[in-house]
Ligand binder design. Structure first.
Ligand code: PSU
Ligand code: MN
Length: 312
């Protein structure tokens, strides 16, 4: 089964394949954050800095996307440049979009948390670091807008290291959804969910752990037991880069009102809100975004190294 998948659909970079084969640490990275999460050229610069952080920890980076009609685990620098330059014209690929991106070899497919988890799992990568996850949107009781990221976390066995979820989402409902689906939320050195740009919310995490070996131990016990599904590891943005809560709250309210007035819906909602917030905060939210990603990747790499050290 695995062989057919790799032959027909999946291309794993040689460096990534070797590391997996030798049970060395690999960290998966997503590409929607490159195409839709940040502007060019900061997106490509950040993607390259992120890979350097992974390497400095002794792990191998695997930036994931869909290019040339293949699921790609381990994009080259040229491929990252292509995704970054394509920007919002890239196809934002969640679970439902994967076969369409594969069917057209001209498509530049940028993978979300959900589809990056799927491809990481197919390639045998267990730790994935990114900025923020999708979740239950505010007003979801009416709109039913719940990111496919959450359903993926319910079923696919990959750990996602992130800075929590933005308060463009309803973080309380996001917690409830994850709880219902048995997805553990670990606060890395924090007792509450962080809200991406800011460090604290009123929502408690399920467990607080403060060292990478402890997180790796939980991952390996969960999956060795056959308890399938993801794990969320929430890392607050480093204090010196955190945004002022009141400023971010105002930016988010105004972005939400504009999205509503313009009738923005579906997969366009999250990128629209991210761009508006960056514009309203005069770009300072972009700096926070970049720094929190680098920090999550640092923590994720340390977890991946410990996980590999345990033998999986
Ligand atoms: N949150 C961010 N930055 C991002 C995303 C979310 O702070 O770039 C992206 C991720 O790829 C995530 C996706 O998986 O948006 C969720 O989109 P949706 O809400 O349409 O499922
Ligand atoms: Mn949605």
């Amino acid at each position: 089964m695995m062989q057919t998948v790799s032959e027909n659909f999946l291309s794993v970079a040689p460096e990534v394949r070797d590391a997996i084969g030798e049970n060395r640490a690999v960290v998966a990275l997503e590409s929607t954050i490159i195409s839709h999460g940040m502007p060019y050229p900061e997106n490509v610069e950040t993607a390259m800095r992120v890979e350097a952080v992974v390497r400095a920890q002794g792990a191998v980076p695997a930036t994931i996307g869909i290019l040339d009609g293949k699921l790609q685990a381990g994009l080259s620098a040229d491929q990252i440049e292509r995704v970054g330059k394509t920007g919002q014209q890239a196809l934002k690929v969640s679970r439902r979009d994967i076969p369409f991106a594969l069917a057209d070899s001209t498509v530049v497919g940028a993978t979300t948390v959900a589809s990056t988890m799927i491809i990481a799992d197919l390639a045998g990568i267990k730790v994935f670091a990114t900025g923020g996850i999708g979740g239950v949107h505010r007003g979801a009781a009416q709109t039913m807008d719940i990111s496919a990221d959450l359903q993926e976390l319910a079923s696919t066995s990959v750990a996602v290291v992130c800075a929590g979820a933005k308060s463009i989402l309803d973080i309380g409902l996001t917690c409830e959804y994850l709880e219902t689906h048995g997805v553990p939320v670990i606060g890395y050195d924090t007792e509450c969910w962080p809200a991406f740009y800011t460090r604290r919310t009123e929502h408690p995490v399920d467990y607080t752990l403060s060292d990478p070996a402890a997180v790796a131990g939980v991952l390996s016990r969960k999956w060795q037991l056959g308890l399938q599904g993801g794990v969320v590891v929430c890392v607050p943005v480093p204090v010196q880069y955190a945004q002022d809560e009141a400023v971010i709250d105002r930016a988010i309210s105004s972005a939400l009102a504009e999205a509503d007035a313009l009738g923005i819906r579906g997969k366009d909602t999250t990128p629209f809100l991210l761009e508006k917030i960056a514009a309203i905060t005069g770009g300072s939210s972009l700096a926070t975004n970049i720094e929190l990603v680098l920090n999550n990747v640092l923590v994720g790499s340390r977890i991946a190294v410990e996980y590999a050290g345990r033998g999986g």
